[in-house]
Ligand binder design. Structure first.
Ligand code: FMN
Length: 298
């Protein structure tokens, strides 16, 4: 654990740098389970040393005027569910909010998100907002997490990769109780193309296209049969190459569609279901790549 020595000073300096660069808040990631991060005392390891972590965070809070927040898991493993105690000491240290991914470090990104675990954190703090996180892939999952944990909000990670419309859909569902229709194929394609254009604008054509390979795979996950399209995306190098692959895919895809261009029922995607809303415990594999196998070997 390296919360000694220069680390608190470096974290303070990092917070000050972000503040002076115009950022609105600083979030400290205490949830990362990856070995190269935990080995040097970062990520989930911070959940095992409450006093040192609180001291480090207090130093950051005192160094800046912008809000400092903390992102955590439920604990290192099921024997060490430190999140409620950690949230309380961090509240005393001055964090403005905590975000809780309802899994332990040992669970990685699989297994079931524990709503009871998130609720325990909500109940542990006095007045700061607790934001629930983990597997919110549908508006219904957001509603369930809010209702069953009492959290002040939910944060959405992979669900937004698959479905960037999830925020609008969830807001509508929470306000009206009605599920808005899924975006059409054309709308999905339109937004995917815009995403590529923006990545090229920011990163340049070569890097933007290479980075877009994995982003396109997330969109492709919800488009129906895509095997040929995915093969071409894996080799993506240029904007023109993308549009050629897309045109070929759109022609190829017609064999799976009815006269109106809608996918035939047997080719339609199953609705995503959050782990905590499924009867069985295990998550099906997703398109967003996460480390696999026992966390000890990551
Ligand atoms: C590719 C990827 C990158 C992530 N990067 C971060 C990060 O930089 N900081 C952080 O606090 N969490 C990070 N996370 C964890 C997510 O914020 C989130 O806690 C986790 O994926 C569970 O939520 P979800 O099921 O909505 O994705 C990352 C997750 C993934 C899959």
């Amino acid at each position: 654990m390296q919360l000694f020595g220069s680390v608190p000073a470096e974290m303070r300096a990092a917070a000050m740098l972000l503040e002076s660069s115009g950022f609105a808040s600083v979030d400290i990631n205490m949830g990362c389970p990856v070995r190269k991060v935990t080995r040097i005392g970062g990520g989930s390891t911070m959940m095992t040393e409450l006093k040192k972590t609180a001291g480090l965070v207090r130093g950051m809070v005192e160094a800046v005027k912008i809000p400092v927040t903390a992102k955590m898991r439920l604990g290192w493993d099921s024997e060490n569910l430190t999140a409620p105690d950690l949230a309380r000491v961090l509240e005393d240290a001055g964090v403005a909010a905590v975000f809780v991914h309802g899994r332990t470090r040992a669970q990685g990104f699989g297994g079931t998100v524990s709503l009871a675990g998130i609720r325990a954190v909500v109940e542990a703090v006095h007045c700061i907002p607790v934001i629930g996180n983990g597997d919110v892939t549908t508006p219904e999952a957001a509603k369930t997490m809010l209702a069953e944990t009492g959290c002040a909000g939910v944060s959405i990670g992979r669900g937004a990769f698959y479905n960037p419309w999830i925020f609008r859909q969830t807001r509508h569902y929470l306000r009206t109780g009605e599920l808005p229709p899924e975006p059409s194929f054309d709308e999905r394609v339109r937004v995917m193309c815009r995403h590529l254009d923006l990545m090229i604008e920011v990163f340049g054509e070569e890097t933007g296209c290479r980075m877009f390979r994995k982003v396109a795979a997330w969109y492709a996950k919800r488009l129906g049969p895509v095997i040929e399209f995915r093969r071409r995306l894996a080799l993506l190098r240029t904007r023109d190459g993308f549009y050629a692959a897309l045109a070929a895919y759109q022609t190829w895809r017609t064999q799976f569609c009815d006269d109106r261009g809608e996918l035939l029922p047997k080719y339609r995607q199953q609705k995503l279901v959050a782990s905590f809303m499924r009867p069985e415990a295990d998550s099906p594999p997703g398109a967003v790549r996460v480390p696999k196998g026992p966390v000890e070997v990551w």
